[in-house]
Design a protein around this ligand. Structure first.
Ligand code: ZN
Length: 108
């Protein structure tokens, strides 16, 4: 087994878009957490007809799982945290502060 360790760090910006897949018709809808109005990618109707997150699939109108509504809280939280986007990072493992280069920024 090749034991290559590659740490993956996600910034807030990496978490901007959330995808929901409809269990009924497999339509995939993408929500943008970095908007105040809740503008969604097509096939959603105009944002003034929407709640964040939507309660139902825009194609077949099947209700999403009720737990999907928790994305509303995430949306609000994201708006509060995004000003810290250069400061906060998400890691899958504890970060070793003593590792040389651990504080290096991700180049892109
Ligand atoms: Zn659907």
């Amino acid at each position: 087994m090749h034991d290559m360790h590659k740490e993956r760090v996600l910034s807030l910006e990496d978490l901007r878009f959330v995808r929901i897949t409809c269990r009924h018709c497999n339509t995939r809808v993408t929500l943008d957490l970095n908007t105040k109005t809740g503008v969604f990618a097509p096939p959603f109707p105009p944002p003034n007809h929407q709640t964040f997150p939507p309660e139902e699939c825009p194609v077949c109108h099947e209700k999403f799982d009720s737990a999907v509504s928790n994305l509303g809280g995430l949306h609000q939280l994201y708006g509060k945290l995004i000003p810290l986007k250069g400061i906060i990072g998400f890691h899958g493992e504890p970060v070793d502060e003593d590792t040389p280069g651990a504080s290096s920024k991700a180049d892109s």
